[in-house]
Design a protein around this ligand. Sequence first.
Ligand code: TYM
Length: 368
Amino acid sequence: MVVTPWEVKGDVDYDRLVKEFGTEKIDSALLKRIEKHTGEIHFMLRRNIFFSHRDMNWLLNEYEKGSKFFLYTGRAPSGPVHLGHLIPWVFAKWIQDKFGAEMWFQFPDEEKFLLKDNLSLEDTAKYTRENMLDVIALGFDPKKTHFLIDTKHAGIMYKEAVRIAKHITFSTIKASFGFTDSTNIGAIFYTAMQATPAILPSAMKKKNIPCLIPLGIDQDVHFRVARDVYPKLGYYKPAILHSKFMAGLKEGGKMSASDPMSAIYTTDTPAEAKKKINNAFSGGRDTVEEHRKLGGNPDIDVPFQYLRMLLEPDDKKLKKIYDDYKSGKMLSGEMKQICIEKLNTFLAAHQKKREEAKKLLDRFIFKE
Ligand code: TYM
């Protein structure tokens, strides 16, 4: 298996990641602690989609002492947003609502420009605007949500970024990201830019404010590198909640923006979405007779995974689909039909809010 910010390949062993990255699993005691403040447990926590964390107990200790935290997450604009990206953001919006937390959302428009051969800064500027609409469409509070665009907000970010960068060596970055001597120096510096928003509100307000970062676990490495640096600058280490990956449409691997055949985009038409789900990898048997007799495998069925991770928050309904598929009562075509209906309802609502977001865009972009 490979899990880096630029590539996720093979069968991801999440237990192994917890060990290798040195994180902690989210256990029932932590869930109870969160529930005490939220009154309910989000389905992504109940279903172990958010499965791992750093320093959540510290964050809740601070919160219980009256020290509010802010949220931070991001999107490196490199193409349209797909359903997988929505996982950490839908969850972050829930945290914002439940804790009344401010959200700092970074759009590092230089990241994929530096790391890919085929993207210009003009391309990433276009995708920044497009991707911002998707984030706004999820319902973040405009009064509490601030978008940082690296090339636009470099003036306020750069001081903190160089302070961080001074404590990170080239050899650490090489070892953490697999870079070589021929990697461009922008890519080598980039981690300092991604690490900056976790302390920027504290730096601006000149007081330490706890930070919580919900992200897909592929992004953990940037913060693994930066965590040791924050206290050296007098700041808290951020708490982190890690999510698993939404599967791609084909067998194995994550939904990835760099592989259009793997992804359902938030801007797909109903016909495109239908076609993609109908061609998605299924956990069904080769023949109807076999399927009826032996049952299907919902655990590897991609349409079922989309229901579980995003589209069907109702546990009872989800369990019935799971059981019916596993027993052979439900066929793959029926599973796909349920997923297509849910998906197209979701996309229609999202696309409407995305249109409305065009009017709100300016309110979300951070102004000094
Ligand atoms: P990016 O743009 O690749 O992805 C944005 C967020 O989506 C998550 N993600 C997924 N989650 C579940 N299933 C998937 N298939 C899937 N694909 C992507 C990513 O983990 C990420 O959380 N460098 C970052 C941008 C960034 C950032 C941050 C991310 C800047 N600051 C702070 C997290 C926290 C990036 O390239 O993400």
